[in-house]
Structures are given as C-alpha cells and as structure tokens.
Design a binder for this molecule. Sequence first.
Ligand code: DX5
Ligand code: ZN
Length: 218
Amino acid sequence: MNKLIAPSVLAADFGNLQRDIEMVNRSEADWFHIDIMDGVFVPNISFGMPVLKAISSHATKTIDVHLMIVDPDRYIKTFADLGADILTVHFEACTHLHRTIQAIKDNGMKAGVALNPHTPITVLEDVIQDLDLVCIMSVNPGFGGQSFIENTYKKVSQLKELITSCNSSALIEIDGGVTNKNAKKLTEAGADVLVAGSFVFKSEQPTETIAELKAISN
Ligand code: DX5
Ligand code: ZN
C-alpha cells in the first residue's frame, strides 16, 4: 500500500499559518496531522477549536486530529463539525474506549486510538477490528522536536501481527521524532502513516523534505 506522510501542524509557523497550510496542500503530503493538547493529559497546551476551524477552511487534504485530552467524549461532535476526518483518542484517557470508538464512527469520522510509549499493543486486542487507525507514540506526547524512541520498531511489528491475525483494516501511524533516518525502517516494519512535525517545518525547504520522506517510505 501507498505509505502516507502527515505533516504535524504543531511545528508550523502560527504567524503564517495559511502560508504553511497551502504549502502542505501543494506538496506530496497526504494528510494534515493536528495535535490538540489540554494541559491536563499532557503538560502542554497547543491550540483549540478556533484554530482548527481556520486550518480546516484552507486545508484540502484529510484532517487527522490527535486528541491529547482527558475525557474526549465531550468533544466528539464538535470535532466532526470542525472538519476532522479521522479522530484519534488516547487509550490512556478513555475509561470506556469501546463506547468512545463507536461514538466517533457514529459522528461520521474514522476512529483512531493512540498508545503512549509505555502502553503495550496487547491492550488493543479486543477493539482492533473496530479501529481505522492505531497511532503508536514514538515520543512521550506533549511536545514536538523530541527524540525518537527505538522500542517503537518492536511495537510496530507486534501491531502489524495483531492487525493481520484479526483481519483488521487499521492503519499504523507513527508519531514523534520521525526523520529521514528512521522512515524506511518504520515502513519496512509495517507503518502506513508517518507523522512529521519539526523535520518538515524546521527544514530549509519543507516541500522537498515532504517529498524526500514520501520517496524514502515508498
Ligand atoms: C507530540 C505530537 C506530535 C508532534 C510530532 O505530542 O503528538 O504529533 O507534533 O512532532 P515531531 O515530529 O517534531 O516529533
Ligand atoms: Zn500527534
């Protein structure tokens, strides 16, 4: 399958947000990755609904929203209305994960679950068939620009096995510290979607960096 690149808008220049969104529109990127942080589930606050609304009004590609918030059920409909195509919640933030996944789908979005670096793949055994995406965090969530955790490769292989054995169609997304150094090894291990924030937006030529990641991964 075609491997997908999802630039993380968290690393964009917020003073030139429209310019950066349009750069992604014109590039070989496949999705927009949008990080929503509440300062409770993670020790950082990113941006909220008005900013997502502005992004949606310019973005022409799939909007992949990664919620790093407690009690995400409160905002599922809001994110659907704001244009999210995929809504990913954290396993660690959901007491009734099965119900949350169904609510995301009932609101017309694809459903994703993210796992922190310490959370084993096995916790997804009983929901994997219901999922459209699993996001393996390859850094501790909360900040861009952190170093990639090497244990991620093992988790990607384990998740791939689980998906295959359960006949699930879930995509494997990797989030955090993705660069041209680890992209190939990640897709070879089974990753389908690579999120990249700093590596894209802090580079001299973001459009070329996206093309480079796309070429390496496929
Ligand atoms: C981290 C976020 C990531 C972040 C990735 O909590 O979920 O999406 O933006 O940024 P980089 O690619 O800089 O690690
Ligand atoms: Zn993210």
